[in-house]
Design a protein around this ligand. Sequence first.
Ligand code: SF4
Length: 226
Amino acid sequence: MLELGGFTPLTTTDWPGKLAAVAFVQGCPWRCRYCHNPELQPRGVHNGPQWAEVLATLQRRVGLLDGLVFSGGEPTVEPELAQAVDEVRALGLGVGLHTAGIYPERLAALLPALDWVGFDLKTDAAGYDALTTRQDSAAPVRRALHHLLASGVDHEIRTTYHPQIVGDEALLAMARELKAIGATTWVLQPWQPFDDASRPLQESWHPPEPALLERLRAEMPALALR
Ligand code: SF4
C-alpha cells in the first residue's frame, strides 16, 4: 500500500501556477546535509494519512484543484506510485512530481503520465556524494535529467542555494552542464533555516552575490531566483 508521511490539501507554491494538493510519500534513501524533512526519510513508519482517504478528499475537490503533486521524501521510492498516479488522473486531475532523480528508470516509466516535474538538482557531479552522504549518487541523477528533458514534460529544474554546501564553482559547473544538455529552466531557491537552531548551517546563509548571478546568467540566461 502507498505509504504517505503527510498530505497538504491546498498549495499555490508546490506546482508553480497551479492550485494543487501535495501528497508526501514516506521514504528516501539519501541523507542530505540540509534535509528539512528527515522524518520522511525512513520507510515502514506508517503513521501518515491513508491513500484511500487522500483519494476521497481529492474526489471532493475535483473542479477546485488543478492537480496533485507527489512529493517526499523521494516519491519514486514507492513501488505503487504509478498506480496512484493513474488513480489521480482517473479523477480528471493533473499530476505533478517532485523528485531528486534518484531512480532514473522509474522516473522514465512515470513520465508519460505526468503533467509537470519539479526536479531537484542538488549540486555539480563532483559534490553530490558529500551533499547526499551516499556513494555514487550523481550518475543516476544525470540519467534522470536526460529522461526528463527527452520526454518533453513540463518541468522546473531547481537547486537549493547554500554557499557552505553548494559553492560558487559548483553553481558555475552546474550552469555549464545545464547549458550543455539544453536545459531551459533553472531556479535557485533559498535554503530555509532549520527551526532547530542547534543544527549546523544556521547562521551562514546569504543570498547569491550579484557578481555570481551575472556569471551564472552568462551560462544560463533562464536562471531565476525564488
Ligand atoms: S533527497 Fe530530499 S528528502 Fe531525501 S534526504 Fe535529500 S533533501 Fe531529504
